[in-house]
Design a protein around this ligand. Structure first.
Ligand SMILES: *Cc1c(COP(=O)(O)O)cnc(C)c1O
Length: 364
Protein backbone atom coordinates (compact mmCIF):
# COMPACT_ATOMS: atom_id res chain seq x y z
CA UNK A 1 0.00 0.00 0.00
CA UNK A 2 1.46 3.36 -0.91
CA UNK A 3 1.84 5.70 2.03
CA UNK A 4 0.61 9.26 1.79
CA UNK A 5 3.46 11.47 0.56
CA UNK A 6 4.05 15.03 1.76
CA UNK A 7 3.79 17.78 -0.86
CA UNK A 8 6.88 17.63 -3.06
CA UNK A 9 8.07 21.17 -2.42
CA UNK A 10 8.46 20.31 1.28
CA UNK A 11 11.18 17.77 0.48
CA UNK A 12 13.48 20.59 -0.52
CA UNK A 13 13.42 22.17 2.88
CA UNK A 14 15.29 20.64 5.78
CA UNK A 15 13.95 21.81 9.16
CA UNK A 16 15.52 24.63 11.07
CA UNK A 17 16.89 23.42 14.38
CA UNK A 18 19.45 24.52 16.95
CA UNK A 19 20.91 21.65 18.96
CA UNK A 20 19.36 21.52 22.46
CA UNK A 21 22.24 20.04 24.48
CA UNK A 22 22.81 20.22 28.22
CA UNK A 23 25.74 22.59 28.76
CA UNK A 24 26.83 24.98 31.51
CA UNK A 25 26.81 28.12 29.37
CA UNK A 26 24.16 28.26 26.64
CA UNK A 27 24.63 31.17 24.26
CA UNK A 28 23.36 29.73 20.98
CA UNK A 29 19.75 30.78 20.38
CA UNK A 30 19.64 34.51 21.20
CA UNK A 31 17.36 34.03 24.19
CA UNK A 32 17.40 36.45 27.11
CA UNK A 33 19.79 35.12 29.75
CA UNK A 34 17.46 35.83 32.66
CA UNK A 35 13.85 34.89 33.36
CA UNK A 36 11.24 37.68 33.37
CA UNK A 37 10.80 39.75 36.58
CA UNK A 38 9.54 37.70 39.59
CA UNK A 39 6.70 40.20 40.08
CA UNK A 40 5.43 39.36 36.61
CA UNK A 41 5.54 35.62 37.32
CA UNK A 42 3.67 36.15 40.60
CA UNK A 43 1.00 38.32 38.96
CA UNK A 44 0.52 35.80 36.18
CA UNK A 45 0.32 32.88 38.60
CA UNK A 46 -2.38 34.69 40.59
CA UNK A 47 -4.32 35.76 37.48
CA UNK A 48 -4.42 32.24 36.04
CA UNK A 49 -6.87 31.31 38.83
CA UNK A 50 -9.46 33.54 37.16
CA UNK A 51 -9.14 32.23 33.60
CA UNK A 52 -12.48 31.04 32.21
CA UNK A 53 -11.11 27.65 31.17
CA UNK A 54 -14.36 26.37 29.68
CA UNK A 55 -14.67 29.38 27.36
CA UNK A 56 -12.84 30.20 24.15
CA UNK A 57 -10.47 33.16 24.55
CA UNK A 58 -11.14 36.69 23.24
CA UNK A 59 -10.76 35.90 19.56
CA UNK A 60 -9.58 39.39 18.63
CA UNK A 61 -7.24 39.65 21.66
CA UNK A 62 -8.39 43.24 22.03
CA UNK A 63 -6.82 44.31 25.36
CA UNK A 64 -3.47 42.75 24.46
CA UNK A 65 -3.36 44.42 21.05
CA UNK A 66 -4.35 47.76 22.57
CA UNK A 67 -1.57 47.49 25.14
CA UNK A 68 1.01 46.57 22.50
CA UNK A 69 -0.07 49.58 20.43
CA UNK A 70 0.34 51.85 23.46
CA UNK A 71 3.75 50.41 24.29
CA UNK A 72 5.10 50.99 20.76
CA UNK A 73 3.45 54.38 20.15
CA UNK A 74 6.55 56.31 21.18
CA UNK A 75 8.52 54.84 18.25
CA UNK A 76 5.79 55.39 15.67
CA UNK A 77 4.87 58.49 13.69
CA UNK A 78 1.38 57.20 12.91
CA UNK A 79 -1.13 57.18 15.76
CA UNK A 80 -1.56 53.45 16.28
CA UNK A 81 -4.25 51.44 18.03
CA UNK A 82 -5.23 47.79 18.19
CA UNK A 83 -6.37 47.75 14.57
CA UNK A 84 -2.73 48.31 13.62
CA UNK A 85 -1.53 45.31 15.64
CA UNK A 86 -1.45 41.64 14.64
CA UNK A 87 -0.69 39.16 17.43
CA UNK A 88 0.52 35.61 16.89
CA UNK A 89 2.24 32.59 18.41
CA UNK A 90 5.74 34.00 18.06
CA UNK A 91 6.86 36.24 15.23
CA UNK A 92 7.46 33.09 13.19
CA UNK A 93 3.69 32.74 13.03
CA UNK A 94 3.48 36.38 11.93
CA UNK A 95 5.85 35.55 9.06
CA UNK A 96 3.92 32.39 8.18
CA UNK A 97 0.60 34.26 8.20
CA UNK A 98 2.09 36.93 5.93
CA UNK A 99 3.16 34.21 3.48
CA UNK A 100 -0.25 32.50 3.65
CA UNK A 101 -1.96 35.83 2.94
CA UNK A 102 0.27 37.42 0.35
CA UNK A 103 2.32 34.45 -0.91
CA UNK A 104 1.22 31.08 -2.24
CA UNK A 105 1.43 29.29 -5.60
CA UNK A 106 2.50 31.53 -8.46
CA UNK A 107 3.79 34.19 -6.08
CA UNK A 108 7.20 34.89 -4.60
CA UNK A 109 8.89 36.47 -1.61
CA UNK A 110 12.25 38.19 -1.86
CA UNK A 111 14.91 37.66 0.81
CA UNK A 112 18.27 39.36 1.25
CA UNK A 113 20.95 36.76 2.05
CA UNK A 114 22.49 35.77 4.31
CA UNK A 115 19.62 36.37 6.68
CA UNK A 116 17.23 34.58 9.04
CA UNK A 117 16.82 31.17 7.41
CA UNK A 118 13.16 30.88 8.33
CA UNK A 119 12.20 33.68 5.91
CA UNK A 120 12.80 31.41 2.92
CA UNK A 121 11.94 28.20 4.80
CA UNK A 122 8.49 29.43 5.84
CA UNK A 123 7.85 30.87 2.37
CA UNK A 124 8.57 27.49 0.76
CA UNK A 125 6.36 25.63 3.22
CA UNK A 126 3.50 27.87 2.16
CA UNK A 127 4.13 27.05 -1.49
CA UNK A 128 5.65 30.45 -2.21
CA UNK A 129 8.69 30.82 -4.50
CA UNK A 130 11.75 32.47 -3.03
CA UNK A 131 13.90 35.05 -4.83
CA UNK A 132 17.21 35.41 -3.00
CA UNK A 133 19.45 38.42 -3.49
CA UNK A 134 22.99 38.31 -2.10
CA UNK A 135 24.42 40.98 0.18
CA UNK A 136 27.75 42.68 -0.45
CA UNK A 137 30.99 41.09 0.79
CA UNK A 138 30.74 43.06 4.04
CA UNK A 139 27.11 41.86 4.43
CA UNK A 140 25.64 45.31 3.83
CA UNK A 141 22.63 45.37 1.49
CA UNK A 142 23.45 45.68 -2.21
CA UNK A 143 20.65 48.20 -2.71
CA UNK A 144 20.88 48.55 -6.52
CA UNK A 145 20.77 44.75 -6.87
CA UNK A 146 17.79 44.41 -4.53
CA UNK A 147 15.85 47.25 -6.18
CA UNK A 148 16.56 45.76 -9.60
CA UNK A 149 15.42 42.28 -8.47
CA UNK A 150 12.21 43.70 -7.00
CA UNK A 151 11.47 45.48 -10.28
CA UNK A 152 12.27 42.44 -12.44
CA UNK A 153 10.73 39.66 -10.33
CA UNK A 154 7.74 41.48 -8.80
CA UNK A 155 7.65 39.53 -5.53
CA UNK A 156 4.50 39.99 -3.45
CA UNK A 157 6.49 40.19 -0.20
CA UNK A 158 9.96 41.58 0.53
CA UNK A 159 11.55 40.41 3.79
CA UNK A 160 14.30 42.44 5.40
CA UNK A 161 15.69 41.62 8.82
CA UNK A 162 17.05 44.59 10.78
CA UNK A 163 19.08 44.12 12.91
CA UNK A 164 19.90 41.18 10.69
CA UNK A 165 20.23 37.68 12.05
CA UNK A 166 22.96 36.32 11.87
CA UNK A 167 25.14 39.35 11.11
CA UNK A 168 23.79 41.73 13.78
CA UNK A 169 23.95 44.62 11.30
CA UNK A 170 21.19 47.23 11.16
CA UNK A 171 19.78 49.00 8.09
CA UNK A 172 19.53 52.77 8.18
CA UNK A 173 16.39 54.76 7.40
CA UNK A 174 17.46 55.63 3.85
CA UNK A 175 17.86 51.93 2.98
CA UNK A 176 14.49 50.93 4.42
CA UNK A 177 12.82 53.85 2.61
CA UNK A 178 14.42 52.79 -0.68
CA UNK A 179 13.21 49.19 -0.16
CA UNK A 180 9.73 50.46 0.67
CA UNK A 181 9.62 52.60 -2.48
CA UNK A 182 10.73 49.65 -4.60
CA UNK A 183 8.21 47.28 -2.96
CA UNK A 184 5.39 49.80 -3.33
CA UNK A 185 6.16 50.22 -7.04
CA UNK A 186 5.39 46.56 -7.73
CA UNK A 187 2.53 46.23 -5.26
CA UNK A 188 4.59 44.24 -2.72
CA UNK A 189 4.46 44.29 1.06
CA UNK A 190 7.73 45.16 2.84
CA UNK A 191 8.10 43.17 6.05
CA UNK A 192 10.78 44.41 8.41
CA UNK A 193 11.67 41.65 10.87
CA UNK A 194 12.66 43.48 14.06
CA UNK A 195 12.97 40.47 16.36
CA UNK A 196 15.97 42.36 17.80
CA UNK A 197 14.61 45.86 17.27
CA UNK A 198 14.78 46.87 20.94
CA UNK A 199 18.56 46.39 20.97
CA UNK A 200 19.09 48.78 18.06
CA UNK A 201 19.42 52.55 17.82
CA UNK A 202 16.73 52.94 15.16
CA UNK A 203 13.38 51.29 14.33
CA UNK A 204 11.34 51.08 11.13
CA UNK A 205 8.23 51.60 13.27
CA UNK A 206 8.67 55.29 12.52
CA UNK A 207 7.84 54.54 8.85
CA UNK A 208 4.56 52.71 9.47
CA UNK A 209 1.83 54.59 7.62
CA UNK A 210 -1.79 53.84 6.65
CA UNK A 211 -0.96 54.56 3.02
CA UNK A 212 2.20 52.52 2.66
CA UNK A 213 2.81 48.75 2.38
CA UNK A 214 5.06 48.25 5.39
CA UNK A 215 4.72 45.81 8.30
CA UNK A 216 7.17 45.64 11.23
CA UNK A 217 7.31 42.39 13.20
CA UNK A 218 8.57 42.07 16.77
CA UNK A 219 8.55 39.42 19.48
CA UNK A 220 8.45 38.77 23.21
CA UNK A 221 10.98 35.96 22.74
CA UNK A 222 14.23 37.88 22.89
CA UNK A 223 13.77 41.18 24.70
CA UNK A 224 10.94 40.15 27.00
CA UNK A 225 12.64 36.99 28.30
CA UNK A 226 9.73 34.93 27.08
CA UNK A 227 10.88 32.58 24.33
CA UNK A 228 8.92 29.89 26.20
CA UNK A 229 5.64 31.79 25.83
CA UNK A 230 5.58 32.05 22.00
CA UNK A 231 4.17 35.54 21.55
CA UNK A 232 4.99 37.83 18.65
CA UNK A 233 3.27 40.70 16.87
CA UNK A 234 3.39 42.98 13.87
CA UNK A 235 2.50 46.63 13.43
CA UNK A 236 1.27 47.97 10.14
CA UNK A 237 -1.59 49.67 8.28
CA UNK A 238 -5.10 48.49 9.22
CA UNK A 239 -5.85 47.02 5.79
CA UNK A 240 -2.83 44.72 5.98
CA UNK A 241 -3.60 43.59 9.54
CA UNK A 242 -7.19 42.88 8.55
CA UNK A 243 -6.16 40.88 5.49
CA UNK A 244 -3.69 38.77 7.49
CA UNK A 245 -6.20 38.14 10.28
CA UNK A 246 -8.42 36.42 7.74
CA UNK A 247 -5.94 33.51 7.46
CA UNK A 248 -5.39 33.01 11.21
CA UNK A 249 -7.07 30.02 12.81
CA UNK A 250 -9.99 31.00 15.04
CA UNK A 251 -8.87 31.49 18.67
CA UNK A 252 -5.25 30.85 17.73
CA UNK A 253 -4.00 32.86 20.71
CA UNK A 254 -4.91 31.10 23.95
CA UNK A 255 -6.26 32.89 27.02
CA UNK A 256 -3.15 32.34 29.16
CA UNK A 257 -0.87 33.76 26.51
CA UNK A 258 -3.04 36.85 26.11
CA UNK A 259 -2.99 37.35 29.86
CA UNK A 260 0.77 36.85 30.07
CA UNK A 261 1.35 39.38 27.30
CA UNK A 262 -0.87 41.98 28.94
CA UNK A 263 0.77 41.58 32.33
CA UNK A 264 4.26 41.60 30.85
CA UNK A 265 3.65 44.99 29.29
CA UNK A 266 3.22 46.46 32.79
CA UNK A 267 6.92 45.72 33.33
CA UNK A 268 8.28 47.81 30.49
CA UNK A 269 10.78 49.59 32.74
CA UNK A 270 12.37 46.31 33.81
CA UNK A 271 12.61 45.31 30.15
CA UNK A 272 14.31 48.58 29.22
CA UNK A 273 16.86 48.09 32.04
CA UNK A 274 17.61 44.55 30.89
CA UNK A 275 18.10 45.64 27.31
CA UNK A 276 20.45 48.41 28.47
CA UNK A 277 22.58 45.99 30.43
CA UNK A 278 22.73 43.52 27.53
CA UNK A 279 23.80 46.36 25.23
CA UNK A 280 26.56 47.21 27.69
CA UNK A 281 27.68 43.57 27.85
CA UNK A 282 27.63 43.45 24.06
CA UNK A 283 30.07 46.37 24.01
CA UNK A 284 32.30 44.61 26.49
CA UNK A 285 32.42 41.41 24.40
CA UNK A 286 33.19 43.36 21.22
CA UNK A 287 36.00 45.16 23.04
CA UNK A 288 37.45 41.83 24.19
CA UNK A 289 37.13 40.54 20.62
CA UNK A 290 39.30 43.40 19.32
CA UNK A 291 42.31 41.82 21.06
CA UNK A 292 41.76 38.31 19.74
CA UNK A 293 42.70 36.61 16.47
CA UNK A 294 39.26 36.93 14.93
CA UNK A 295 37.12 39.25 12.83
CA UNK A 296 33.67 40.28 14.00
CA UNK A 297 30.73 42.32 12.77
CA UNK A 298 29.62 45.32 14.88
CA UNK A 299 26.28 44.26 16.36
CA UNK A 300 23.09 46.21 17.07
CA UNK A 301 21.53 43.09 18.51
CA UNK A 302 21.90 40.69 21.45
CA UNK A 303 24.37 38.46 19.57
CA UNK A 304 27.65 38.89 17.75
CA UNK A 305 28.86 37.15 14.60
CA UNK A 306 32.59 36.43 14.46
CA UNK A 307 35.15 34.38 12.54
CA UNK A 308 38.33 33.07 14.16
CA UNK A 309 41.31 33.78 11.91
CA UNK A 310 43.97 31.51 13.46
CA UNK A 311 41.93 28.29 13.79
CA UNK A 312 38.94 26.99 11.85
CA UNK A 313 35.65 28.14 13.37
CA UNK A 314 34.16 24.67 13.29
CA UNK A 315 36.99 23.39 15.51
CA UNK A 316 36.62 26.31 17.89
CA UNK A 317 32.92 25.48 18.19
CA UNK A 318 33.61 21.81 19.07
CA UNK A 319 36.33 22.78 21.55
CA UNK A 320 33.91 25.18 23.25
CA UNK A 321 31.20 22.49 23.48
CA UNK A 322 33.80 20.20 25.10
CA UNK A 323 34.21 22.95 27.69
CA UNK A 324 30.44 23.12 28.18
CA UNK A 325 30.02 26.43 26.32
CA UNK A 326 27.48 26.31 23.51
CA UNK A 327 27.35 29.01 20.84
CA UNK A 328 25.94 28.85 17.31
CA UNK A 329 27.99 27.18 14.61
CA UNK A 330 27.26 28.97 11.34
CA UNK A 331 29.89 27.04 9.37
CA UNK A 332 27.28 25.22 7.30
CA UNK A 333 25.44 28.40 6.26
CA UNK A 334 26.07 29.85 2.82
CA UNK A 335 28.78 32.51 2.88
CA UNK A 336 29.40 32.08 6.62
CA UNK A 337 32.32 29.68 6.35
CA UNK A 338 34.11 29.44 9.68
CA UNK A 339 31.69 31.85 11.36
CA UNK A 340 30.30 31.54 14.88
CA UNK A 341 27.55 33.49 16.57
CA UNK A 342 27.44 34.14 20.29
CA UNK A 343 24.39 35.36 22.18
CA UNK A 344 25.07 38.00 24.84
CA UNK A 345 24.46 36.37 28.22
CA UNK A 346 24.84 37.45 31.83
CA UNK A 347 28.15 39.06 32.81
CA UNK A 348 29.22 35.76 34.41
CA UNK A 349 28.32 33.73 31.31
CA UNK A 350 30.09 36.19 29.05
CA UNK A 351 33.21 36.06 31.21
CA UNK A 352 33.18 32.27 31.09
CA UNK A 353 32.70 32.30 27.32
CA UNK A 354 35.51 34.83 26.78
CA UNK A 355 37.92 32.93 29.05
CA UNK A 356 37.23 29.59 27.33
CA UNK A 357 37.43 31.18 23.87
CA UNK A 358 40.80 32.76 24.71
CA UNK A 359 42.04 29.39 25.92
CA UNK A 360 40.84 27.56 22.82
CA UNK A 361 42.40 30.16 20.51
CA UNK A 362 45.72 30.07 22.43
CA UNK A 363 45.80 26.29 22.43
CA UNK A 364 45.31 26.28 18.67
C1 LIG B 1 14.17 34.62 16.90
C2 LIG B 1 13.74 35.24 15.64
C3 LIG B 1 12.40 35.24 15.24
C4 LIG B 1 11.36 34.35 15.84
O1 LIG B 1 10.94 34.72 17.00
P1 LIG B 1 9.68 34.05 17.70
O2 LIG B 1 8.91 35.24 18.09
O3 LIG B 1 10.28 33.30 18.84
O4 LIG B 1 8.96 33.18 16.74
C5 LIG B 1 12.02 35.96 14.13
N1 LIG B 1 12.94 36.61 13.40
C6 LIG B 1 14.24 36.59 13.71
C7 LIG B 1 15.20 37.33 12.88
C8 LIG B 1 14.68 35.89 14.83
O5 LIG B 1 15.99 35.84 15.10
Amino acid sequence: MPRPTPRESLGLTAGYHSPQVDVRVRLNTNEAPEPPPVEFVEELTAAIADVAWNRYPDRAARPLRQKIAASEQALATLTIDRANVLVANGSNEVLQSVCLTYGGPGRSVLTIEPTYQLHSHIARITGTDVVQVERNVDFSIDLPAVVRAIGERSPSVVFVCSPNNPTGLIEDEATIRALLDAAENVGALLVVDEAYGQFARWSSLSLVDEDRPILVSRTFSKTWSMAGLRLGYAIGPRWAIEAIEAVLLPYHLDAVKQLAGELALDHGDAMVRRVASLVEERGRIMEAFSDMPLEFWPSESNFILFRPTSIDGDRVWHDLVDRSVMIRNCAGWDRLDGCLRVTVGTAAENNEFLAQLRDVLNAG
